[in-house]
Design a protein around this ligand. Sequence first.
Ligand SMILES: [Zn+2]
Length: 116
Amino acid sequence: MTPKEAKKEILDLGVREYTLEIEEGWLPLVAGLFREMKKINPKWDGSKVAQVKQKFAGLRVYFEDAFITPEEEVLLTLAEFEAAQTCELCGQPGTRGQRTKSWMMVCCAACFSSGK
Ligand SMILES: [Zn+2]
């Protein structure tokens, strides 16, 4: 799945575009996360997603409604785990690293050296 297809799927699930504050490398795994959430709860509505962001190199997903079910919690934990090993820029396997003095993120060797 390309980042573009992933983004379309995310938006089709009702997620508002401005809530996506991540680079495109993580979009496929976020699409997978929301797809699974919808699968376990057909009434799941993407409009309850408040923010998808990167913090201290980790994926963070916030919902309008603070309550999430134990099943959703498991899916979220799996997605966070996957993100921790996925380059946020290109989606290739990556490791957590510090690219600049202030900016920690998960990045692959190619993106790291390209300084993107
Ligand atoms: Zn990369």
